[in-house]
Design a protein around this ligand. Sequence first.
Ligand SMILES: [Zn+2]
Length: 335
Amino acid sequence: MFDFLQITLSGREPLEHSGSNFNLRWRWLARGVLQLEPLHGYRMNVVLSAGIHGNETAPIELLAALVSDLLHGKRRLKVRLLVIFGNPMAMVSGERYNQIDLNRLFSRHYDHFPDCIETARAEQLELLVRDFYDQSNEGERLHFDLHTAIRESHHQRFGLLPHTDKGLYGRSLYSRRMLDWLHHSGIEALVINQAPSGTFSYFTSQHCHADSCTLELGKARPFGHNDLNQFALINQGLISLITGINLLPYAAEPIKVYRVTQELIKITEQFRLNFSESVKNFTRFSAGDVLARDGEISYQVQQTEEWILFPNASVRPGLRAGLMLVQVPTDSLFG
Ligand SMILES: [Zn+2]
């Protein structure tokens, strides 16, 4: 039996491209892309991805262990499953990406950039994921894209929900089942995006009609140096999801919900944040606080309270240097 992570890092192809055990059939579709199907029925089509940013190792290790258990028959698979290691070349070099952040390139955003490893990979992953979902007419479609954050955070684990216009048609904006699962898997907060984007989860939500979420699961460390205990709940969650056996504890704390209220766009090289670069994600600011200056422009807190997410003044001009959030009631998730 091959080791999916090792073979992905090596760049080699496995000797066999497909196989089966008493429980499932597997197919190696491309470097870092493995499809697994139970032999006897399923209710869900699940895509799990990690390593879209190559240096975010802990979720890669979690998925590698999960795949190994499945291939060795230690767990019974109850869903159709596509496991993706997003950016193998960046994983090998231990970097976020080689030339362009892969998580900005989906939904054909790759068309607007010069050809490189990442543009080709975004196009390939879109095709493979579309095919995976299209091959099944039945069952829910889910996608969790697993990440770790660069900075410390007041919420250790949180989810980013892609913008959706589903609610316009009288349906719930986001699936209650998915939200329940996130809550019981230790996700402390959710952030609702207000606009379309080039992320992998926006692509699967908008173009494949999946219930999707980008998960930020803690801090990134090099391979082998992760404290996997920190990821125990999400690991339990993933096992519950794919085996259909509920292993999750009751979650007492309600999940906090935020929505993006403004973006800090770096327009020129003069852009400066008005607070320490090391500030934690979800740090709170009050009305009137100056957040950043860019020449003549100043960004201020407009609501009574706003929370900062992903501040980064070193992005290229034209890109987003931070998001400001407001808290909203949980009902906002359901339109
Ligand atoms: Zn990431």
